[in-house]
Design a protein around this ligand. Structure first.
Ligand code: SF4
Length: 193
């Protein structure tokens, strides 16, 4: 795992791709994992704030995700208990509308199988957003359908929408998420921790 983590942190496979974006940034892989962790947060890709901080979920999305899980920052960032592995380890840049670009596919294709072989087994996996759902569950179902079908996977896997402010409207339109899914998620997090 140490060799693999060192290889990922020095990865520059997307250097040309990132240099061509508006931010023209260099790769900065943000990897947060140690063997033995029992919870996996499978996210999307770092945003610009995480690109700058070098720590995953150091933003409003992280605050919302910690609230969903019912844990504080100290617990969230305990690598012996929680691994945080997005589908791409670097900030992908912005599209023409100012939204984050999708995680480059080459990242998961290059690193994810090897990482999963070196980590886990996980007692709880949080699939945050469409890209991690597609990789871990397969198929082409929508995020809404996957999250609505959370009982098919609980208590070991919970499909979740991205905790971004962009999904605040979705959360309001789907009150069952807070009323039914979140209590089950918090109970499972507490049980595994
Ligand atoms: S996103 Fe992944 S594949 Fe691309 S440079 Fe970063 S670590 Fe390498």
């Amino acid at each position: 795992m140490e060799d693999l983590a060192r290889d990922i942190r020095s990865c520059r496979l997307c250097a040309d791709r990132f240099a061509a974006t508006a931010t023209a940034h260099a790769p900065r892989p943000v990897l947060w994992a140690r063997p033995g962790a029992r919870i996996l947060i499978a996210g999307q890709a770092p945003g610009v704030r995480v690109h700058e901080s070098g720590r995953p979920f150091t933003d409003a999305s992280g605050d919302r995700l910690r609230d969903w899980m019912g844990i504080d920052e100290e617990t969230f960032y305990d690598r012996d208990r929680i691994a945080i592995l997005p589908m791409a380890f670097c900030f992908p840049g912005y599209d023409a509308k100012g939204s984050d670009l999708p995680p480059p596919r080459i990242c998961a294709a290059t690193w994810r199988d090897r990482l999963m072989d070196n980590l886990g087994p996980f007692a709880l996996t949080l699939l945050v957003g469409a890209y991690s759902m597609a990789w871990h569950l397969g198929g082409r179902a929508s995020v809404r359908d996957r999250v609505a079908g959370w009982r098919d996977h609980a208590p070991t896997v919970f499909p979740l929408p991205h905790p971004s402010w962009r999904n605040t409207g979705w959360l309001k339109r789907n009150p069952w998420f807070a009323a039914e899914l979140l209590p089950a998620l918090r109970a499972r997090v507490a049980e595994v921790l």
